[in-house]
Ligand binder design. Structure first.
Ligand SMILES: *Cc1c(COP(=O)(O)O)cnc(C)c1O
Length: 400
């Protein structure tokens, strides 16, 4: 396929697939091999001279993995991409690429929990890397957090906890003015709906375990960016720390990319219907979904995103833990579980984790409702999902 402009659906179906190289097979083969063999001393010697373009050993490079990296990089408008064993291995590689011992990072109070732990605890203890956590909605707060040691701003927009946005172009402009790098977790929007590199970010990271995989059958991660950064991460953080994506996981992602545009459209349509239903429901106190016109960041979202995915949070008007549990347990289509972005609708209550460490009173004092529910709206029929929520809201109030 020529390198001409193709719309995302067409590109994802065909780009970078050299069918002539594999007997015309419509699905590229899975290169499930650890090493590659050579005909001679000279041939393997030449491969080592051109390591980034050669296949020698699958921790370094594998054709199935490389094909998926090329396709997603194209979708994101990135020069290059690298797949990893998980979203967290992608995030840690991106952070370690830019950070040195003693540096300082500015990030958000509500970033993904393990990323928060990595920055606030692990990098602090191991490398004395300092951090300042800001709200992300106030540019002045970013600017005031900059110290002489600051090296990096780490974003997640929308955040997967509060669904608030950061003004990506404004933050990256501030970062450039102060000589800082920016990394953004773009998992919620996917490379289809948001292009942070075009808005000035240095690196974009993803958990492919969510929408890029989309079928709840794999764990993987991704870093996207300029060739110089990606090539350095390939031979340092990925090759040396070794968090590589297995060929089989990459092959499953390739399968998933065929339907990415269809799935994301449907997740967005379903989530908007569910969010609008919840917003209008008398037994619901609040809904956090950036795709609702009433959302505080709706205007910014319209500027920097081209669509909305299916993860949101809401708060039923249920005052006792018993009633909250009754609601949660009455759902029949929404499955109880962590993670998100798969074909199936899921529900999780942050209180389940928090109450292990905090009393209900302390938890309430943090400003998070015990009743807060996070739902991942899947690909089922939206009317069925709405009926499921409606039934559970009624049951909880009357029978709980
Ligand atoms: C799940 C998730 C990650 C981590 O991805 P894994 O594939 O589970 O390691 C990172 N960021 C966000 C926003 C996530 O939801």
């Amino acid at each position: 396929m020529k390198d001409e402009h193709l719309n995302p659906e067409t590109m994802l179906a065909h780009y970078a697939e050299e069918r002539g190289d594999y007997h015309g097979a419509v699905v590229p083969p899975l290169f499930q091999n650890s090493l590659f063999t050579f005909e001679s001393w000279q041939a393997i010697d030449a491969a080592f001279d051109n390591r980034r373009e050669s296949y020698i050993y699958s921790r370094v490079a594998n054709p199935t993995v490389a094909l998926v990296e090329k396709k997603i990089a194209r979708l994101a408008g990135a020069e290059k991409g690298l797949l990893f064993a998980s979203g967290m291995s992608a995030i840690s590689a991106a952070l370690l690429h830019f950070l040195n011992a003693g540096d300082h990072v500015i990030t958000l109070k509500n970033i993904y929990g393990p990323a928060n732990n990595l920055i606030a605890v692990y990098l602090k203890e191991k490398m004395n890397i300092g951090s300042t956590f800001v709200s992300g909605t106030d540019m002045g707060e970013f600017e005031r957090a900059i110290t002489p040691k600051t090296r990096l701003i780490y974003l997640e927009s929308p955040t997967s906890a509060t669904f608030r946005l950061q003004d990506i172009a404004a933050v990256t402009a501030l970062a450039r003015k102060h000589g800082l790098k920016t990394v953004i977790d773009n998992t919620w929007a996917t490379p289809l709906f948001q292009k942070p590199l075009a808005l000035g970010a240095d690196l974009e990271v993803h958990s492919c375990s969510k929408y890029l995989g989309g079928h709840s059958d794999l764990v993987s991660g991704l870093v996207l960016g300029a060739a110089a950064d990606i090539d350095a991460i390939a031979v340092r953080e990925r090759e040396l720390l070794g968090g590589v994506c297995s060929p089989f996981e990459a092959w499953l992602i390739l399968r998933s990319l065929r339907t990415l545009t269809l799935r994301m459209e449907k997740h967005g349509q379903n989530a908007l219907k569910v969010a609008a239903f919840l917003e209008a429901h008398p037994r619901v106190r609040r809904v956090d979904y950036p795709g609702l016109p009433s959302a505080p960041d709706y205007a910014l979202a319209a500027r920097q995103m081209s669509g909305f995915s299916g993860l949101l949070a809401f708060e039923p008007r249920l005052e006792s833990l018993d009633k909250i549990r009754a609601f949660f347990n009455s759902l029949q289509i929404f499955q109880i579980g962590v993670s998100w972005g798969g074909h199936e609708s899921l529900i999780y209550a942050p209180a389940i984790s928090y109450l292990k460490e905090l009393s209900p009173a302390r938890f309430k004092a943090m400003g998070i409702s015990l009743a807060r529910m996070r739902i991942s709206v899947g690909l089922e029929n939206a009317d069925d999902l709405i009926a499921d929520l409606d039934r559970a809201l009624t049951l909880a109030e009357t029978g709980g």
